[in-house]
Design a protein around this ligand. Structure first.
Ligand code: ATP
Length: 515
């Protein structure tokens, strides 16, 4: 299946089955803003709970908070967002479309990388077992040429970013002959900076009103509360504070569905450490976070680290965890060693002492911070890509199913009476009435049993039970597994226990803790 096809299918699947809707669709939509439907919200809540529990339950030294979206505007001055939270934008004069200059260049690098990979794939097929990839990379002329084009561009791009040289970014776009995907022309404007923060007014009258920002990240709410939490929670370094909440960015290029939104949700954890130990903690969190993603079961090959070419003004190490979406490997989570930048800035701008007293070292200092920052919506997109499966059945039909880890699936069990008479619906209702206290259940008695299975597959329900005439006598039901489609007969009395074990988030957390 062509890659774009997968993406298109996924987007329409999300709409058709109540995962994601375009916001304000009734009024023709609002660009880069989305709503989660009845299935999407369950998936989202389950993923958030998995993240929250793996941070706050599994780590004695991590606690959570929930800070507000509005904060004192000076916080954003201190953090650097008022002056430096900019993206370089460029317009195509013919299509009037606006792009991020860095994204245009990164896409070009990905094209060179793709060419290298395609050559390698072809050769691997041709040579079979005898293929030596390393040798091929270092001797095949075409591969070496593409690789050099990639590496030269990479270096030039990194230098331009580090020097903040907007003219050079434009020159790269011109020299690489990058064309606008809409007009196909290379008629570009200058590159300009664009601040991504949304502003609004707080207060009753316009004279007395104060300009406030919708937070572009949840992290600052943690920094300005760190001492409150440390003191009231009697936390000792190293310790972490986790938070889940909305963030807002006026993105220049808002495309790719829920990958880049103007209103989105973040799950961030700031880990406070002794100065000098931050890079060890950075490595630890980098490994732990990848392990967490892998625990979702979508395969090691679909993830990779991407170290930053240009470190943000606050960081001394940074990496992204990327997932293999159909439009390339893309960032899902960032892990940043933020030094003492944020806390020192807040100390400076507030004029208050926010140092930590270390009872072991018997001295006060500003802690260093390692952050893990993941976008809930991007996580959902990676999970949807990983879970979406099409499978040809013996009868020639194709079934689409979402292979979510059972604990994450929106609905855990569907209860299906074979026919709508003879007391079967009543028995099914009784089962739902008991099971609904344990996990999310759905009752469905419309259409043939095959159609009902397809509907449950499409929303990723891991288990279905059918109630037939024999159930009335032997008090057993048929349990069907979403992935294998295997069926087994089990007593109704044991249904709750059997399904609870299979869909348990606790088991998933235990596995993660052990791995
Ligand atoms: P990008 O380079 O893609 O703009 P970023 O590096 O600016 O992302 P961070 O500031 O590190 O992103 O934010 C942490 C996480 O928040 C990202 O890894 C991503 O999952 C999520 N995120 C950031 N911007 C958006 C957005 N516009 N829509 C959805 N999620 C986002």
């Amino acid at each position: 299946m062509a890659i774009d096809n997968v993406f298109r299918k996924l987007v329409s699947h999300c709409k058709e089955y109540g995962f994601v809707f375009q916001s304000s669709e009734l009024y023709d939509g609002l660009s880069a803003v989305y709503d989660y439907g009845q299935m999407g919200v369950e998936l989202k809540n389950n993923l958030k709970k998995y993240w929250w529990d793996s941070m706050v339950l599994l780590n004695e030294n991590i606690v959570g908070i929930d800070s507000s979206i509005f904060m004192h505007p000076t916080i954003w001055k201190a953090s650097g967002h008022v002056d430096a939270f900019n993206d370089p934008l460029i317009d195509n004069k013919d299509s009037k479309k606006r792009y991020r200059a860095d994204v245009l260049i990164e896409d070009q690098m990905a094209r060179y990388e793709d060419r290298v990979n395609k050559e390698i794939e072809k050769a691997a097929k041709r040579f079979g077992d005898a293929f030596d990839e390393e040798q091929y990379r270092t001797t095949n002329e075409r591969v070496m040429r593409y690789q050099k084009q990639h590496d030269d561009l990479h270096k030039r791009y990194a230098d331009a970013l580090n020097a903040n040289d907007l003219n050079e970014l434009r020159q790269i776009i011109v020299d690489e002959e990058i064309a606008c995907p809409v007009s196909g022309t290379r008629n570009w404007t200058e590159v300009r900076q664009f601040n991504l923060m949304f502003q609004t007014e707080m207060g009753a009258t316009s004279e007395g009103a104060m300009t406030v920002y919708l937070r572009p990240e949840t992290a600052q709410g943690i920094f300005v509360n760190y001492l409150n939490v440390q003191k009231t929670g009697r936390m000792q370094i190293p310790f972490g504070i986790a938070q889940i909440g909305k963030a807002f960015r006026n993105e220049i290029v808002a495309r790719q569905f829920i990958f880049r939104m103007r209103e989105f949700e973040q799950m961030e954890m700031q880990f406070f450490v002794r100065p000098g130990t931050e890079l060890d903690w950075f490595e630890k969190w980098k490994a732990l976070r990848l392990k967490w993603h892998l625990s979702l079961g979508f395969g090691e090959d679909n993830y990779r680290y991407h170290d930053h070419d240009k470190l943000a003004h606050y960081a001394n190490a940074a990496t992204d965890i990327e997932y293999n979406m159909s439009f390339g490997f893309k960032e899902v989570e960032g892990i940043h060693s933020r030094t003492d930048f944020d806390l020192s800035q807040h100390e400076k701008f507030s004029g208050k002492n926010i140092k930590y007293y270390d009872p072991e070292l018997k001295k006060s200092y500003v802690p260093y911070v390692v952050e893990t920052s993941i976008g809930v919506d991007r996580l959902i997109l990676s999970v949807l890509f990983g879970a979406y499966k099409e499978e040809e059945l013996e009868n020639g039909e194709t079934r689409v199913f979402l292979k979510f880890p059972p604990a994450i699936a929106p609905v855990k069990l569907a209860v299906l009476p074979l026919v709508r008479k003879d007391g079967l619906p009543e028995m099914a209702r009784e089962i739902v009435d008991e099971m609904k206290f344990l996990f999310n259940c759905q009752y469905d008695d419309k259409d043939s049993i095959g159609k009902r299975y397809r509907r449950q597959d499409a929303i990723g329900t891991p288990y279905c039970v059918t109630i037939d005439h024999q159930s009335l006598e032997d008090k057993c039901v048929t349990l069907r597994d979403r992935d294998s489609m295997e069926q087994e007969r089990i007593p109704i009395a044991e249904l709750g226990k059997i399904v609870s074990e299979k869909v348990s988030l606790t088991s998933m957390l235990k596995k993660l803790n052990k791995a």
